[in-house]
Design a binder for this molecule. Structure first.
Ligand code: G3P
Ligand code: MG
Length: 219
């Protein structure tokens, strides 16, 4: 079962920072980060629509320049909001990156940037249109549909988007979902699992990966 570090093991390191990415790389098979665009359209790594929760500043990410974002203090680390390019440079070759695309307008710039790197990439999104655009622009980059409410149509939707995986919230996962997903050749990466015992239970059920805040949930 693959261990995917949620926001770079946000339970242990400051979420979505270069420090988190570098530290998480020691224990994770893949690192999940959240991607948005700044004023110039450059992709940056931050979860929320605004910088208010995680920086010493305020404002909407999409209205702020890259230089200003990079000069902010994220979670008292002294580090700025990283560009996606910096994150790609920080990830070692043997660790994958799961880029959660938080906005539909991002796809083209992200795919352009990825051309310069050999990193294993899994694009994911709650948004079907975003995944459809990614598939149409470059079908060779793996995609996953994230699901947090009813999973009823999720497998068909993910399959119709030629995804390689679905990322359901743990509440939605049971043997029936796993069986249906695997029959459609979709890996199932479950989030968020932080208790090692529960991670083991999910592994026994046949889950392919867990997206976790705590490295203790990974073996
Ligand atoms: O990709 C799973 C998870 O990251 C989605 O939720 O809000 O942590 O980005 P969130
Ligand atoms: Mg995320």
């Amino acid at each position: 079962m693959r261990c995917i570090a949620h926001r770079g093991f946000a339970g242990l390191y400051p979420e979505n920072t270069l420090t988190a990415v570098r530290q998480a790389a020691d224990r994770a098979d893949m690192i999940e980060v959240d991607v948005r665009q700044c004023r110039s359209g450059d992709p940056v790594v931050i979860h929320d629509e605004t910088v208010d929760r995680v920086t010493d500043s305020t404002g909407v990410v999409a209205d702020i320049s890259l230089a200003t974002l990079q000069s902010m203090d994220v979670l008292e680390t002294g580090e700025g909001v990283p560009s996606l390019e910096a994150v790609l440079r920080a990830v070692p070759d043997d660790v994958g990156l799961n880029l959660e695309l938080k906005e539909p307008g991002l796809v083209e710039r992200v795919l352009e940037l990825l051309e310069e790197f050999d990193t294993e990439i899994l694009l994911s999104s709650f948004d079907v249109e975003t995944l459809a655009t990614a598939r149409d622009l470059d079908p060779s980059v793996d995609r996953a549909l994230i699901v947090d409410s009813s999973s009823e149509a999720a497998i068909e939707r993910a399959a119709s988007l030629d995804c390689t995986a679905i990322h359901p919230h743990w509440r939605l996962v049971d043997f029936a979902l796993l069986e249906r997903a695997h029959r459609s050749d979709l890996a199932v990466n479950v989030w968020p699992i932080n208790d090692p015992e529960r991670a083991t239970e999910y592994e026994k059920m046949g889950v392919d990966g867990v997206i976790v805040d705590e490295p203790a949930a990974c073996r």
